[in-house]
Design a binder for this molecule. Sequence first.
Ligand SMILES: NC(=O)c1ccc[n+]([C@@H]2O[C@H](COP(=O)([O-])OP(=O)(O)OC[C@H]3O[C@@H](n4cnc5c(N)ncnc54)[C@H](OP(=O)(O)O)[C@@H]3O)[C@@H](O)[C@H]2O)c1
Length: 313
Amino acid sequence: MATITSPDGTALSPLCFGTMQFGGRADEGESRAMFDACRARGLNFFDTAHVYTDGESERLLGRFAGAERARLVIATKAAYGGGAGRRNILSSLDDSRRRLDMEVIDILYLHRWDGDTPLEESFETLAELRQAGTIRHIAVSNFAAWQVMKAQAVAARFDVRIDMIQPMYSLVKRQAEVEILPMAADAGIAVAPYSPLGGGLLSGKYAAGGTGRLTEDDRYAARYGESWMHDTARALSALADDVGHHPATLAVAWCAAHPAVTAPIVSARSAAQLAPSLDALDLTLDADLMARLSALSPRPAPATDRLEEVTPR
Ligand SMILES: NC(=O)c1ccc[n+]([C@@H]2O[C@H](COP(=O)([O-])OP(=O)(O)OC[C@H]3O[C@@H](n4cnc5c(N)ncnc54)[C@H](OP(=O)(O)O)[C@@H]3O)[C@@H](O)[C@H]2O)c1
């Protein structure tokens, strides 16, 4: 496995902070407070994307991170829109470097699979950027396992490799357990899963009548629209009461505990919201609590569909 460190050689922190709300639901003051809270708890790994908040996410992250750039790992993403062709990757990365005010990006993801562009074109471009030192690591997000391995084979032809993936993964989104996480462990690819709280569902607030992204954003309402997911969230809140932790702390710790996971990407719209997710840094789940948490949602069927051969998580 390629070891990912900051430019000064510091290992990745066990949580990453995602800046998707910077300049959107979090104004500059709240964004700064969250960045500072992350630094105070030792986080050195920050995630953004070209597409977030019309560039404000990258601009604010660059402003906060600039003074200690060498100690941080900065990941951004290209080609959410416009395809993973050469011209789009290069112009998107130019924008990102200018907004972040950084010469070098530590991790550049392809934001999603693009079945219309030959992988050779995308990975030849990424290899050039890597060889020029403009990016330090190549990564992909929202790829199926077969897509990662197909891309990895193409990358090898250009003497580079995919060092990290970013799948969705939480107690209510467990598909990654079937193929993606075992693949990553086997292939020595680091994993930074996103949405460990299910976009806020696992914070417990919806069961208490609260509002947030799931009531404000139709895409997220649909993504987390199945009634069993809300049952899981309610059961998590009850378990959290029982064991004396915030449900968000348990949800993040559960995600982090998967052996293939490198660093879940936590996020929030305020420092107050973020605190219970950061508390997962101090929580090690014992086998009993791990089993109780895993039992709160259906385990996805194994890739072979041979249920009798499954070993419990
Ligand atoms: N690669 C991709 O396609 C992709 C997709 C999504 C995210 N990401 C990355 O992953 C990061 C994290 O994703 P995410 O924001 O979906 O993570 P998440 O942890 O599942 O959800 C975070 C959201 O939950 C709510 N929340 C958090 N703590 C709370 C608390 N204590 N009480 C009540 N509500 C709380 C807030 O939303 P509200 O207050 O608005 O309800 C917050 O913005 C993003 O910033 C981004 O960097 C990547």
